[in-house]
Every structure is written in C-alpha cells, then in structure tokens.
Design a protein around this ligand. Structure first.
Ligand SMILES: Nc1nc2c(ncn2[C@@H]2O[C@H](COP(=O)(O)OP(=O)(O)OP(=O)(O)O)[C@@H](O)[C@H]2O)c(=O)[nH]1
Ligand SMILES: [Mg+2]
Length: 455
C-alpha cells in the first residue's frame, strides 16, 4: 500500500462540517478503544475496552486537564463486526464545528492519525466485507440526486452487480477449464461439451455483458444528470425560462440586453431524470472585455452541453443572431423554444420542432418539460433491472467483451486453443477488476480520493 498503513488507528469527523443536531467522530483501528478511553469518562465509570458492543454509553469527553468538553454518547464495534472490519468507536457529540473539531484533536493526540478521504470504506474493502463495486456504491448512495439514482446505488451496494459479475465469471470459468483440459490432454477424448456448445456459452456471456454495457447510458443519466444548456441571443427570456422551470426567481431578469453575464447552473428533476440546467449569457456581438468573458463561459457550455434549449423571442422577427446560434447547435440535441407567447407573434421559424411558452406567464412549460425528458431517452434503451453507473465498470465490461470477441474468432478459425484460453483469461481478468478481486493501489487511490473524509 502506497501511503496508507492499515495498522494505524485513524479518526475523522464523519458528519458534514457545520452546525447540526449531532456530530460524529469515528475512530477505527487496533488502538481505537484505548485511545478514546483516554479522553472519555463514562458515567458508569466503565472503560470502552470492557464495554459491550453496539450499546450506547453515556458520558463526557474531557481534555488533558480533565475538564469536560461535551456530553456525548459512545458506541463500540468490535472487529470484524464493524464498518471497517477493525475495532471502531463512534463518538456522538453536539453537532458544532468547534466541538467536533476539539474532540477530533483530542483523539489525534492519542497516537491516532487523521483518516484520508474514504479510508474507512477502503478498509471495509481491504477487510473483505464489501467488494470494490460495493465500495463505489457507498459514494453513489451519498451522492444520489434522484430516487432512481439512489435505487441503482442501493442495488449495487447490496451486491446485485457483484453477483451478476460473479455468475458471468463462473460461466466463463467452466469454458476455460474445459479448454484447458483439451490443451493439457489433447489426445484424450474429452467431450464435456461440443464445439457448438463452447460457442453458445461464449455468446451467452457476451449477450449478458452487452446488456450491462447498454444499461450504462441510463445509469450515467441517473448518477450524473443531464447537462441542459439554455442558449439564445440577448433578451429573449433565457433567465426568465430558467426561473420558470425552477419555479423561483433564481436568475436576474431585466429588459436590458446582456443582463446575464455569468452562467448559472441549477438542478431540476423531471420525471425521474436529473437535469443540470444552465442559463447562459446571450450570444451576440460583444462590446467590452466583460462581454468577451461572458461569451467564453457560454462557449464552455456550448462544448459540453448534452441538450440545448434554444430560446427565441416569438414577439419579434428572427435575427441573424438567432440563425447563427441555430447553426452552432445544429447536429446536437436541440429543443427550440418560442418564448413570449403571451405577446402578438411576429416570428416565422422553421428550424426543427418548436415548443411555445411564455416564461413570464408560466405557459407551455409542461410541454417543454415533456420534450426535455423525451430527448433524454430518445434513442436510448430503457433497461429494466440492473444498471451500471460508472465508466470504470463500463470500460472493464468492454474489455471483457473485446476479449471474448477475439476468443470467438480464434474458435471459428480453429486457431490454437492456447490463444482461445488466453482470450478467455483476459475476459476473466477484466471482470475480476470490476469487482476488485484484482486491483492496484493506484486504482484504490483514484476511487477513494472521490470520497469525503470520514466515510
Ligand atoms: N411578455 C413577455 N416578456 C418576457 C417573457 N419572458 C421574458 N420576458 C421579458 O424579456 C426581458 C428579458 O428577459 P430575460 O429573462 O432577462 O432575458 P435573457 O435572455 O436572459 O437576457 P440576457 O441575460 O440579457 O441575455 C425581460 O424584460 C422579461 O420580463 C415572456 O414570456 N413574455
Ligand atoms: Mg439572462
């Protein structure tokens, strides 16, 4: 292990920084009980080392001079029956920034080290309580932004994905063992299953892998949301539209063109889909340095947007700027919105499907919302059941699929059986990497760096 020593006892504040009802300091490792015993006085006079696990123990945390710092509840978990698989103490105090920090500092003076981000979960993985896909799901649960995203994460945390991958591995192992037997005893008549059967089994595994890969698009939408960018020339009502969709006055609106300077990103959930919706500065000729900076921000979102909402002003004739913006987003997923439908209509716009709204009067918004979700799912497969949500998993599955594709070709061309078993081995390795049966410390560093400290 690179920088992290598993023998260390570690501690961190596990609750968010800020004021709250409760704050929790977690301590995990071989010295956890002894360290907390130095700073905790149970009302009963008992030491944590002698305490019963999973029972709340009332008392006070005290400083070096034995002055009480806060009234707390401690609970101990004995290895291996804890989140980390090590001895673990949770100290629940009042949820203040200073009080939790103070308790942590006192713990850290007892030869305990500050935990790194995700280190508690990393220990749970290294201790064998959860596999890597489950460890990643812990973060997905914490970061879930929609019901669907949470359901997918909980599913993965329970081990559904891991079980499916294990099953695929077992199926492949059977083919592998069979082929290996042929390689080892080429003269013997091993007819466990015929050539057709090998091919059929390979195809079967491939189909299942392919389905999982297909589910990624949906999973990604669940996890990350969809970046929907509102574009249009100045003053057409982009900020008004953002406010209307959010149903609150988030963005500044005025009759002066060029009101919005910085891009504003907000989240909304529509029909189970999370949208990260961005209001941008109106696109047009820039007059000063600040305009130029605003255009650069808009440009940034023009490059990254997954869906564009092109807002036009229905009460005015179309301009060259409208045309230019339409050209810039052509070929992408675009919804053209004719705003200001409450005013007499002037514009004649032919470019793509149109939704008529009045952001100011809150008219036509449900049509726009429906279009937004339709565009997200358009051309995507709706997958029932298991969905994969991480690029790392998709890449591992794609590697497995490519190796099995190669295996099939080797088989059909009747090339060496050794090549065949090599390909199957490669696919098996890719699947093992997905669930972390094979891993590198570097990979763990990358995965757990995303976690917060204290998880
Ligand atoms: N009548 C009417 N006026 C609207 C409507 N939507 C926006 N407006 C008005 O149009 C003007 C511009 O609105 P904004 O939402 O600031 O327009 P914008 O596209 O964000 O403008 P910039 O940030 O300057 O690019 C304001 O005076 C709004 O009140 C609408 O549906 N009907
Ligand atoms: Mg604006």
């Amino acid at each position: 292990m690179s920088k992290i020593n598993l023998e260390d006892t570690i501690a961190a504040i596990s609750t968010p920084v800020g004021e709250g009802g409760i704050g929790i300091v977690r301590v995990s490792g071989p010295k956890a009980f002894a360290a907390v015993d130095q700073i905790f006085r149970a009302k009963s006079g008992k030491k944590l080392i002698d305490a019963k696990p999973l029972r709340l123990i009332y008392g006070h945390v005290v400083d070096e001079k034995n002055h009480p710092i806060d009234e707390v509840m401690c609970v101990i978990f004995k290895a291996p029956k804890s989140y980390t698989c090590d001895d673990l103490v949770e100290i629940s105090s009042h949820g203040g920034i200073v009080v939790t920090r103070k308790i942590l500092d006192l713990v850290l003076k007892q030869g305990v080290r500050a935990a790194q981000p995700g280190e508690f979960t990393r220990r749970a993985f290294l201790g064998g309580r959860i596999d890597l896909a489950q460890a990643e799901a812990v973060l997905d649960v914490i970061q879930a932004k929609t019901d669907a995203g949470l359901a997918a994460a909980e599913n993965q945390l329970r081990g559904e994905l891991s079980r499916q991958i294990q099953k695929l591995r077992e199926d492949l192992m059977k083919v592998y063992a069979h082929i290996e037997a042929f390689v080892d005893f080429p003269d013997e008549d091993i007819e466990v299953f015929s050539g057709d059967e090998v091919l059929k089994r390979l195809e079967d595994v491939k189909t299942q892998i392919r389905n999982l890969i297909l589910s990624y698009q949906q999973g990604e939408v669940m996890r990350e949301g969809v970046l929907a960018v509102i574009v249009g020339r100045p003053n057409v009502g982009k900020s008004s539209l953002l406010n209307a969709l959010l149903d609150r006055d988030r963005a500044l609106v005025s009759e002066i063109p060029g009101t919005t300077r910085d891009a504003l990103e907000e989240m909304i959930e529509l029909d189970g889909v999370l949208f990260r919706i961005v209001d941008t500065a109106g696109l047009g000729a820039h007059k000063d340095e600040l305009d130029k900076l605003s255009m650069e921000r808009t440009q940034h979102y023009l490059e990254r947007g997954q869906i564009f909402v092109h807002v036009l002003d229905g009460s005015a004739a179309a301009t060259k700027e409208d045309e230019e913006i339409a050209i810039r987003v052509r070929g992408k997923k675009v919804i053209s919105v004719m705003n200001k439908s409450d005013l007499p209509q002037q514009i004649n716009w032919q470019d793509g499907a149109l939704v008529r709204v009045s952001a100011k009067m809150r008219l036509g918004l449900s049509d726009l919302e429906r279009r937004l979700t339709q565009v997200v799912w358009d051309g995507r497969v709706h997958v029932e059941g298991l969905t994969i949500t991480r690029l790392r998993h998709k890449t591992a599955l794609e590697n497995a699929l490519a190796a099995l594709e190669s295996a099939k070709n080797v088989f059909l061309k009747k090339e060496s059986l050794e090549f065949l078993s090599f390909d199957i081995k490669t696919a098996l390795t890719a699947l093992s990497e997905l669930i972390g049966e094979i891993y590198s410390e570097d990979l763990l560093d990358v995965i757990f760096a995303e976690f917060c400290i204290g998880k």
